[in-house]
Design a protein around this ligand. Sequence first.
Ligand code: ZN
Length: 406
Amino acid sequence: MPQAEVNIMTAGHVDHGKTSLVTFLTGHNTDTHSEEVKRGITIKLGYADAWIYKCPQCKPPHDFSMKKVCPNCGKETQAARHVSFVDAPGHETLMATVVAASSIVDGALFVIAANEECPQPQTLEHLMVLEAAGIKNVIVAQTKVDIVEKAKAVENHRQIREMLKGTAYENAPIIPVSSITGANLDALCGAIQQDVATPVRDEGANPVMFIARSFDVNLPGTRPQKIVGGVVGGSIVRGVLREGEEVEILPGMLHVHKEKESYKPLKTRIASLNAGGAVKEARPGGLVGIGTLLDPALTRADALVGNFLGRPGTLPPVVNELALEITAVKRQITKFPEGFAQAEPLVLGIGTATTIGFVQGKAKGKGKKAIALKLKKPVCANPGDMMAVLRRSSNRWHLYGTGKIV
Ligand code: ZN
């Protein structure tokens, strides 16, 4: 099975039916971690890969579906494109992870339920995140239309259009759907085909993967000679990774010595690659799993999430402090104090990493707007890279804006 070509993020309010929509579309539940299921929210980036099929007989907007047999006419369909859904977390404190996801996605399904007034604060916040993260292709899926009167759905549609006015998504398609009856999911698949193009990937570049998961796949009691190395999962941002090649993981593994924390880079070899099946080469698109030769204890319980993986000596440098030029988002949903206080903590997101930066005043010699930050945990970053910036207000973290490393 070829690797997925595009990553599509689902954004929107936690209760608006993102997971049920992706489950209905793809037949996979992205809510696979038991803790997430228990809490009823998706706290990590979940992925579900699926094919979009085209019916040779039906006309637009009824020609695409995720079924091998056309749900409209019963004819056998043809595989059109392999897509991957990244189910971003909806919880407000994890907004940085949403922005992190945006660095690996090519488009977004913005899920808004028809049975609630629009916009809900979280809906508005996600809209700001999509814009701040620079995601270009957004499709609104207006969910739960099966449980409201038609007039209410029409009014909700108008409210969504009103909310989008003046944003980058003013003309985004709004598609009413039901994850219960399956109504209009063909039109949604059609919109994905039309509005989220497969980008041209730079396959010649030095490969970089953002690690979004890490595991120990050995069952307790596995005999030593049968133990396999640690596994890391994530998305390749650029370039191609090949079985057998040597790779480096940065900033690496946490070391605590005399209460002092430091990070030690890890070097290993790619023992196996999985991208919708075992492959010899993996490229951008979908979730890629890498079997390494690392001690599986190092990759247990997502210990390496937020790390970068690439060829030795080619990754961005590991930094403990940086200067950031911060731009606030246009429509703040909460009030923030003017300026930044000395030592104020900011949550920063880059790649799949999040860290806390403490404000150290103006960054000398880096331009008028730049602020110096000391990081709690180092990150891999180059000047020019963008970060998500969250600030605390009324005891919650809110997206404040984006920062450019200078
Ligand atoms: Zn058909």
